[in-house]
Design a protein around this ligand. Structure first.
Ligand SMILES: O=C(CO)[C@@H](O)[C@H](O)COP(=O)(O)O
Length: 242
């Protein structure tokens, strides 16, 4: 069943290593057939270079496996919550892309500091609060989905306007109308996270140019008793010996 969707989700998953968004088997993409109320997701722990379209697992909106030889991604409960709570989305991506994970680990939103960001995300990409001990022990992946939805509702963020989130201490989830668009949004988030990291570092550190560097430049230009002045003397001797 859902062979066409399996192919589409397979191809979207294969974009992740090509776009340098995953290491080893970390990460997963799913896509949904809203009419049938079924979604297709990557099987858990399968290397991308061994993955086949027919390996995709079909899951219903209760999170139950409907078809598939292998276990679905361990993040399936998170995808299930998001498909139920965000009815407009057609595809979801989860990765551990390092720049976005850096912001998730620091529990900092990815701020909308550049057009690279703003062309895709209408506002900062939010980071969720850290999951509580109870939420972790009471079903980490399902509660991850619930914390994402709670974050968007409490902060009045439209998931269509900002199609991504950082799960605190875990990593990014991105989504879109299709699995392919979800992958695109995941890559833009990673690029924007790297840009923002450097921008924040540069604005936070005022580096004074050491005066001696300016002096050296001055002395080099005017040939006075500086290192460069000596070099000039050496080069003149060398030239005279030729
Ligand atoms: O964060 C985790 C595991 O801690 C997962 O997101 C893995 O990175 C992907 O798991 P599978 O999709 O292969 O089950």
């Amino acid at each position: 069943m859902l062979e066409k969707l399996k192919q589409e989700v397979y191809e979207a998953n294969m974009q992740l290593p090509k776009l340098d968004l995953v290491t080893f088997t970390w990460g997963n993409v799913s896509g949904i057939d809203r009419e049938k109320g079924l979604f297709v997701i990557k099987p858990s722990g399968v290397d991308y270079d061994k993955l086949k379209p027919e390996d995709m697992v079909v899951v219903n909106l209760k999170g139950e496996v409907v078809e598939g030889e292998m276990n679905p991604s361990s993040d399936t409960p998170t995808h299930t919550v998001l498909y139920n709570e965000f009815p407009e989305i057609g595809g979801i991506v989860h990765t551990h892309s390092p720049w976005a994970v850096s912001f998730a680990a620091a529990e900092i939103d990815v701020p909308a500091l550049s057009t690279t960001h703003a062309d895709t995300f209408y506002g900062d990409v939010p980071v969720t609060p850290a999951l509580t001990k109870e939420e972790i022990e009471g079903g980490y992946e399902e509660n991850t989905g619930k914390v994402i939805v709670k974050t968007f509702k409490e902060r009045k963020i439209d998931p269509e306007a900002v199609p991504a989130v950082l799960v605190s201490q875990h990593g990014p989830f991105a989504w879109g109308k299709t699995p392919d668009k979800a992958v695109y949004n995941a890559k833009v988030l990673e690029v924007a996270s790297e840009i923002d990291y450097h921008a924040l570092q540069m604005t936070r550190r005022n580096i004074e140019v050491p005066q001696y560097l300016l002096d050296k430049h001055y002395y080099r230009k005017h040939g006075k008793n500086a290192y460069y002045g000596q070099e000039n003397a050496k080069s003149k001797e060398h030239a005279a010996r030729k």
